[in-house]
Design a binder for this molecule. Structure first.
Ligand SMILES: *Cc1c(COP(=O)(O)O)cnc(C)c1O
Length: 357
């Protein structure tokens, strides 16, 4: 299998090997140690404050998006949401479900957020801001400096879904004054799906502890308390946490988050240069290192996805909805190499020769 989707992505042999082992009992000092080391490394890679905390939610990325909305906002808040695709739309829906008043900044698909979009919302009594740093559905990577400056100026509590860009693009919670950062096990962490991670600033921890959440599983107060000793209130996906632990330690040993971001950036550049002669257009000018979203000029994007899967054994990422035939995405996260890029580009060139793109 050669998998260029945006998650689940290719895992290293080391991560796969852990997946073959028996899953150990977890109410032990050994597992607590492992959890605390995961927390320490995640905080370090996210540029979080020493007193920040990180939590492991057993659930996909959306579970942490929902937990964030439920635990840090209330019906007294007024939240701005950047809605540039299906993940932005998900934050809008979550605000509606949990009675958090919100205004959605609707962007044209594939277009970036600009200062002009934010201007009408200066000094309008907003209290929070929700953004998917990289709107994976279209491949648009937002200007976080612009967003951070706006939030600082207006005193907004900034929650960042960095699910697909954490470890792929530069990100520093303290510099951006972001209060919550979310990621998931099956994106650049390159582990199986099942765990999402939240990194919480001291201010976020304070909000959570003062908030009354009507849920057992998603009330994070208990998770924070248990986490102090490296435990969780309920049985976590123990096996995946062990894989995340190994992966975080490997990144740390290989030069840390900057080296990992540089490796991903180089892989993305390599792919983008290799497709220069193929009949594709970039779907956006504001790409993340995690994904290249492409608009094929002569063929259906969905058909290209199917042909690569069925005839070449290579997975790229299809789009849904209105973009189904117009856009496909190629991921650069996970255990991929420049040689893998060549294999994919050769298959695309072969399809081109056959008149299939
Ligand atoms: C993958 C992803 C999610 C979460 O999706 P799940 O299927 O719940 O893991 C959320 N936001 C972004 C930006 C993503 O890329």
């Amino acid at each position: 299998m050669l998998n260029f989707t945006v998650g689940p992505v290719m895992s290293s042999d080391m991560v796969c090997a852990i997946g073959q082992e028996q899953v150990p009992y977890f109410r032990t000092s050994e597992f607590s140690e492992l959890m605390l080391e995961c927390e320490r490394l995640l905080k370090k890679f996210a540029g979080a404050h020493d007193n920040a905390r990180s939590l492991f939610i057993t659930g996909s990325g959306t579970a942490s998006m929902e937990a964030a909305v439920m635990n840090v906002f209330t019906p007294q808040d007024k939240v701005l949401v950047v809605n540039g695709g299906s993940f932005g739309h998900r934050f809008v829906e979550l605000c509606h479900i949990h009675d958090v008043p919100c205004v959605s900044i609707d962007l044209e698909l594939g277009h970036p957020l600009t200062a002009t979009h934010l201007e009408p919302y200066e000094n309008q009594g907003f209290t929070g801001f929700l953004v998917n740093k990289h709107e994976t559905s279209t491949g648009v990577h937002y200007d976080m400096q612009l967003i951070s400056d706006f939030c600082k100026r207006n005193g907004l509590f900034l929650v960042v879904d960095a699910i697909s860009s954490f470890l792929a693009d530069p990100f520093n919670m303290q510099e951006l004054d972001a209060q919550v950062m979310i990621t998931g096990s099956q994106k650049a962490l390159a582990c199986p799906p099942g765990i999402s991670v939240m990194v919480l600033s001291p201010k976020a921890v304070e909000r959570i502890n003062g908030n009354n959440v009507r849920s057992m599983y998603f009330d994070l107060k208990d998770a924070l308390k248990n986490g102090e000793r490296g435990q969780t209130p309920f049985t976590p996906a123990v096996g995946i946490i062990r894989q995340i632990h190994a992966r975080l330690k490997e990144i740390d040993a290989n030069g840390g988050v900057d080296a990992e971001v540089a490796r991903t950036a180089a892989l993305a550049r390599d792919f983008r240069s290799k497709i220069a002669d193929l009949p594709f257009e970039l779907f956006t000018d504001c790409l993340s290192n995690a994904v290249t979203s492409l608009h094929p000029l002569n063929a259906s994007a969905h058909q290209i996805f199917l042909t690569l899967k069925d005839e070449y054994g290579i997975w790229i990422c299809p789009n849904g909805g209105d973009l189904k035939d117009r856009v496909f995405r190629v991921g650069h996260i996970g255990c991929l190499t420049p040689e893998d890029n060549t294999t994919l580009v050769n298959a695309m060139a072969d399809m081109h020769r056959r008149g299939l793109l």
